[in-house]
Design a protein around this ligand. Structure first.
Ligand SMILES: C[S@@+](CC[C@H](N)C(=O)[O-])C[C@H]1O[C@@H](n2cnc3c(N)ncnc32)[C@H](O)[C@@H]1O
Length: 211
């Protein structure tokens, strides 16, 4: 899986100074290097762009890498709402989105995402694209909220669903989230309101269309 991803990244993702600076800023701030892979980021840009989404909700901002990739897909009239537990991470992400030219198109809600999602439901907000990439234990809860907040035809993308290949038995040692992800993938695949597929790029992404 590692070798295949390295190959895809090397052939399909060109040098990107803006995103490289984001990765440097994450390291310099002592944060974990857990942004999406270059190809996963490119896939996000393409999915937003192909779907024509303009109201994007992200769960898990970290330093803004995936936020920039999402914003690159929606052009000048799109808006990104990003939910992040840590105030200082949201500040770094905002600074990086601003440097990339998207400062006026992004807003952050900090604190536990479940509380922010409840607030968005109470405010009758709707979105046409979702990217879930926060604490894995809450993926099913996040999925339920995203479906509540979705316009018909919206896309929901979830990262890390292969749990480093362990969901498919690629390693003898299960990873921390293997069982969560196996169950989550089955829920997504069988969900009556979703049509879904898993794309094995990066750590695996499910892409679901809300019926
Ligand atoms: C894998 S990182 C996100 C990476 C980011 N999407 C990217 O690719 O650039 C996960 C993020 O989720 C945040 N997070 C963890 N638990 C959370 C929660 N309960 N509510 C909101 N955010 C949470 C973490 O602080 C971390 O920044």
């Amino acid at each position: 899986m590692k070798q295949m991803n390295h190959y895809i990244d090397s052939v399909f993702s060109s040098q990107d100074h803006i995103l490289e600076e984001v990765l440097t800023s994450i390291r310099e701030n002592g944060m974990r290097s857990i942004s999406v892979s270059p190809s996963s980021g490119k896939l996000l840009t393409m999915l937003v762009s192909i779907s024509g989404a303009k109201h994007v909700l992200e769960i898990g901002a970290l330093g803004g890498y995936s936020g920039i990739c999402l914003a690159r897909g929606f052009g000048e009239d799109g808006k990104l709402t990003s939910l992040e537990l840590m105030e200082s991470y949201a500040e770094l992400a905002y600074s990086n989105l601003s440097k990339a030219g998207f400062g006026n198109q992004v807003s952050y809600m900090t604190g536990p995402a479940l509380e922010s999602l409840e607030q968005l439901v109470n405010d009758n907000k709707q979105f046409d694209f979702f990217f879930i990439d926060a604490d894995k234990e809450n993926y099913e809860n996040y999925l339920d909220y995203c479906i509540k907040l979705a316009e018909s035809g919206a896309l929901i993308v979830c990262d890390n669903v292969l749990a480093r290949g362990t969901v498919a038995g690629e390693s003898a040692e299960p990873a921390q989230h293997t069982e969560f992800m196996k169950k989550f993938n089955e829920t997504v695949a069988e969900h009556p309101q979703l049509e879904s597929i898993l794309i094995p790029i990066g750590d695996g992404m499910t892409v679901s269309k809300v019926k």
